[in-house]
Design a protein around this ligand. Structure first.
Ligand SMILES: NC(=O)C1=CN([C@@H]2O[C@H](COP(=O)(O)OP(=O)(O)OC[C@H]3O[C@@H](n4cnc5c(N)ncnc54)[C@H](O)[C@@H]3O)[C@@H](O)[C@H]2O)C=CC1
Ligand SMILES: CC(C)CCC[C@@H](C)[C@H]1CC[C@H]2[C@@H]3[C@H](O)CC4=CC(=O)CC[C@]4(C)[C@H]3CC[C@]12C
Length: 369
């Protein structure tokens, strides 16, 4: 859709642009994409912070909309050069029904693809997830794997299943002719567990630690490594892919890339302590305080309670059989595919990522010190 005269004045659409990752993508585009003319921020719930962005040189268009509504998506996509599709229902706790997760994550993605085809938008970047690969519920470790590492992916849970289906739709759409006859170019980015400013689960752990008198109790063995990546670097990868995929369509089209940076390999809890420790919390125990069989039992009990209470109230604790399995299975990536294909280098060092996250945690509400 963009001819060479227009190429210097780009219109981007970010779906889910008011979410944790989406907000970082929007801000990163404004800082690091000099050819940006307009950025459309499409979300079910618009954030008030968007107003502050409207005073700058780039036109910021806020669109309150729902990806499950095809007409709303098509109207938002029309005239955009690039779509960065981060919108999704991130739920591994049973808050939403499997049907709703499917509608938002799979049908919503199909709507985005069809909108690109109908309106002539040629470039689509999809935020997938490491969960498309694993960890699987059999507990098989994925140790420093890359995009080509064989692994038995099992998608029984609605969230990873929906992400896997959506990713497949995006990759299969690569090469489809969009309005005007040009081929659609698609890529999928697979972040591991994202952390950084705005990370709701980190905030929840912090608050829980404060309630427990500045302590958290170890539940996962320190030897289980869990892949994590800083939100600023994930956002930067999205911006770079979107920028480079036009020049390198033959190489990048239809490809998947894990999101990675220099964040250390640690267990989920030990990694969180990199931020929560300096905010005054302490992780009690060098080994899990409760035996694994008891955690399995508690997780199953939580699942049963969720099912029994569903007609009355929503009971959705962090611990359930799925989250226990994910947290207890090593899943780490080690790859340089993004560097080889489009020159990605993390924008934020581990020290920067850590400092920024600590400052954010401290600012969320007074530190425990
Ligand atoms: N948080 C994480 O650790 C990881 C997240 N991801 C993926 O990254 C993407 C963003 O995730 P987060 O920022 O963490 O989640 P988030 O929940 O903070 O952001 C998702 C955004 O999508 C919007 N949204 C949800 N349903 C919508 C609908 N029907 N129509 C329009 N907008 C809708 C929400 O309002 C929200 O602003 C998701 O696709 C998720 O699957 C992938 C790997 C790890
Ligand atoms: C008390 C329990 C034993 C520990 C609970 C921790 C869990 C809540 C989290 C452990 C691993 C997280 C997931 C992982 O980082 C991969 C993810 C990728 C996504 O695409 C979405 C989020 C998540 C599923 C993430 C969710 C929280 C954990 C299960």
């Amino acid at each position: 859709m963009a001819d060479s005269a227009q190429a210097q004045k780009l219109v981007y659409l970010v779906t889910g642009g008011c979410g944790f990752l989406g907000e970082h993508v929007v801000r990163m585009l404004l800082q690091r994409e000099p050819r940006l003319h307009e950025i459309r921020v499409f979300d079910l719930h618009l954030g008030p912070w968007l107003e502050d962005l409207k005073t700058g040189p780039v036109q910021v268009t806020a669109i309150q909309g729902d990806v499950t509504q095809a007409q709303e998506v098509t109207a938002a996509v029309a005239g955009a050069h690039v779509v960065i599709h981060t919108a999704g229902l991130v739920d591994v706790f049973g808050r939403a029904s499997p049907k709703t997760i499917h509608e938002v994550n799979v049908q919503g993605t199909q709507n985005v693809i069809e909108a690109c085809v109908q309106t002539g938008t040629q470039f689509l970047v999809y935020t997938s997830s490491m969960e498309v690969v694993g960890p699987n519920t059999k507990g098989h470790p994925f140790y420093r794997g890359n995009e080509d590492t064989p692994y038995e992916a099992i998608h029984k849970h609605p969230y990873p299943r929906s992400k896997a289906l959506a990713e497949r739709l995006v990759l299969e759409a690569n090469g489809r002719k969009v309005r005007g006859g040009l081929p659609l170019v698609t890529c999928a980015l697979r972040p591991t567990g994202i952390y950084g400013e705005g990370h709701q689960i980190m905030r929840d752990f912090y608050r829980q630690g404060l309630r427990l008198g500045g302590r958290l109790f170890r539940a996962v063995p320190a030897s289980v490594e869990h892949g994590r990546v800083y939100v600023g670097n994930v956002a930067w990868m999205h911006v770079l892919v979107a920028r480079e995929m036009k020049q390198r369509a033959a190489l990048m089209g239809g490809q998947v890339y894990f999101c990675y940076d220099a964040s250390p390999y640690k267990s989920y809890e030990d990694f969180n302590m990199e931020f929560l420790g300096p905010c005054g919390l302490r992780l009690v125990g060098t080994r899990p305080l409760l035996p694994y069989w008891l955690l399995v039992l508690l997780a199953a009990l939580n699942a049963l309670l969720q099912w029994l209470l569903r007609p009355l109230l929503l009971y959705a604790p962090l611990l359930n059989p799925y989250t226990l399995a994910v947290a207890n299975t090593t899943f780490t990536v080690s790859t340089n595919k993004a560097q080889r294909h489009f020159g990605y280098e993390p924008l934020f060092s581990w020290e920067d990522s850590r400092t920024r996250t600590i400052l954010w945690v401290k600012a969320t509400e007074g530190s425990a010190q």
